[in-house]
Write a new protein. Structure first.
Length: 343
């Protein structure tokens, strides 16, 4: 089983590297970079929801915190290395604190979803109300609904003048996504990951075996927050502006739709769902004849009715059935020498 998973991971990496070089031949790197960032954001939710059984309605809270942390620190420092690291660390610590309060408080799944949603809405509301001059951290003004523009984007470490943009930024984001995928795979294959999956199946039994399920879930939640923070950091460098819209309810709902359509219980599924639906949203955004939200909602309904497990798990199950289907051959009986066999 472990060997087959390692082989599957290797094939995903090979396919990912091939796609990284082939995709720019079809689409602009500007669009591809955004889709890669969306895939990383979906991966962060797919990890805790598909493997940890934790449905978080506030994944955009960590996404937005990563972006805002990077923008604020980049303005104050003037270089991207430390701000990028803080863009990962701050959401991870925030997720750890929030997760500890929820999991050690023994909140049920319903209340957990409500709390994460409320936290996101609070951040969205707060960031929209920071337009005054008093909302300033060092040299960075939060800017209210206008957001924070004009900060240092990603650069080569140690050389603030060597910007990473356009095709170079695309490759950096894609390699970061593949690296995160490998690290998450290693995490899930470790004893910690196996315990996390066991908690999803039966938390009480895991606790009876001597494990602290609350601590395990808090750590997994923190890892998810770090991945979402990295996605937010990369988005800030791509967009060159961060706004409160990153905390919006619509963005939170989209991430959940990506994971459902792509398929929970896999890592490739949420990433694929994010890339496909993200591209569809990007394409529909260039017209006004059809409402984007209605199209995404229709796709969600169709997938839930036709492919309730999601696209990737359904295709994988279909492939497995076809691979294991025995070849049907008509039985053949031999007669005695000189006699024809029965027909």
């Amino acid at each position: 089983m472990a060997g087959s998973k390692a082989t599957g991971t290797l094939w995903v990496l090979i396919a990912g590297l091939a796609l990284m070089f082939v995709a720019p031949l079809v689409l602009e790197t500007y669009t591809l970079t955004l889709l890669v960032i969306y895939a990383m954001l979906a991966l962060s939710l797919g990890l805790i929801w598909g493997y940890g059984g934790i449905l978080c309605f506030g994944q955009t809270a960590f996404y937005g915190l990563g972006a805002y942390t990077y923008a604020i620190m980049a303005i104050n420092i003037g270089e991207s290395t430390v701000p990028a690291l803080l863009g990962i660390l701050v959401p991870a610590l925030f997720a750890a604190a929030l997760g500890a309060m929820m999991f050690y408080g023994r909140l049920s799944d319903v209340y957990l979803g409500v709390v994460t949603l409320v936290v996101t809405l609070i951040l969205f509301k707060f960031m929209n109300s920071t337009a005054g001059p008093e909302y300033q951290l060092g040299a960075a003004r939060l800017g209210g609904f206008n957001g924070i523009p004009g900060f240092q984007t990603l650069n080569v470490p140690g050389d603030p003048g060597a910007y990473i943009y356009d095709r170079s930024l695309y490759y950096v984001c894609f390699l970061a996504l593949l690296l995160v995928y490998v690290l998450v795979r290693l995490l899930l294959a470790s004893p910690f990951g196996r315990v996390a999956v066991a908690i999803r199946e039966n938390e009480r039994r895991v606790e009876l075996m001597g494990y602290d399920a609350r601590l395990q879930k808090t750590l997994l939640f923190s890892v998810s927050g770090a991945i979402a923070g990295l996605a937010g950091t990369l988005y800030a460098s791509w967009a060159e502006i961060v706004t409160p819209g990153m905390f919006s309810l619509g963005q939170s709902a989209e991430i959940i739709i990506w994971c459902i359509v792509g398929g929970l219980g896999t890592l490739v599924g949420p990433m694929l769902g994010a890339a496909l639906l993200g591209y569809l949203k990007f394409s529909l955004g260039q017209q006004s004849a059809i409402d984007n939200s209605m199209i995404l909602g229709l796709i969600l309904v169709v997938v839930v009715l036709v492919l309730p497990r999601g696209v990737v798990p359904s295709l994988a199950a279909l492939w497995e059935r076809r691979r294991r289907r025995p070849s049907i051959r008509a039985p053949r009986r031999r007669g005695r020498r000189g006699e024809a066999p029965d027909v």
